[in-house]
Design a protein around this ligand. Sequence first.
Ligand code: PAF
Length: 283
Amino acid sequence: MQIITDITQLRELRRTWQSAKEAIAFVPTMGNLHQGHLALVAEAKKHASKVVVSIFVNPLQFGPDEDLDAYPRTIEQDKSSLERLGVDILFMPSVSDIYPRGLEQQTFVEVPGLSYMICGASRPGHFRGVATIVCKLFNMVQPNMAFFGEKDFQQLQVIKAMVTDLSMNLSIHGVATMRESDGLAMSSRNNYLSQEQRKIAPRLYEVISDMASAIEKGRRDFSVLIVGARQQLVEAGLKPDYIEVRAAESLLQVGHEDKHLVILAAAFLGKTRLIDNIQVKLN
Ligand code: PAF
């Protein structure tokens, strides 16, 4: 595995691959890799002859009161995991190479609508930061395809919309959420949980799974289900941020004709904000 920090060097290597007609898959990450990230890499390897992974903790997608400085960084461990999986390039640019004119002056990419709702309403500017960095990384790596976890379901929809809107020449693949044995969605932020909080955390998935079963059995009174689910989270010791039932692709309110739904939820356990989602396909 080649570790590249320099954008020019990345572009040179990219050119040689282009001449050799390699199919290039890209997995952007912020590091602190867990099985969820490694599943993205494994999926990427199935589809492409070369795999590039980036590690960049993107300041542009963190709000002023969020955990940018505390975000877990485990570079040596990450390198060994990626090496073991046979990744071709690990790209680790610096903040000054990515944002040479500073964060305040940075041109940004914003996907309207999708970026302002649900998580975007709780974290203003977050999806603008995500779309901007992902667009920049796509410009640098120029992959034929890129892989993202369905755990960040709204992020995946924002990126798909950006690719469509800006006529970007690559395919976007969503990969199913990896879960711990008790159902908790894998996330770097799980590292913040105390032992006590870790025992409570799987309730988030249990509660939305119960909602999904109820909807599959015919319940359509989503607002009643949401009130009940919020109550259950509070009783478990979680502080719900949002629980929503939406149409899976547009993330708009569910209409009669929608058959593919998603339940999205975020809740705080102490200072840690957990998110999860579950898709529901109706007949
Ligand atoms: O999902 C993440 O880890 C980040 O939002 C991403 C896509 C790497 C952009 O910084």
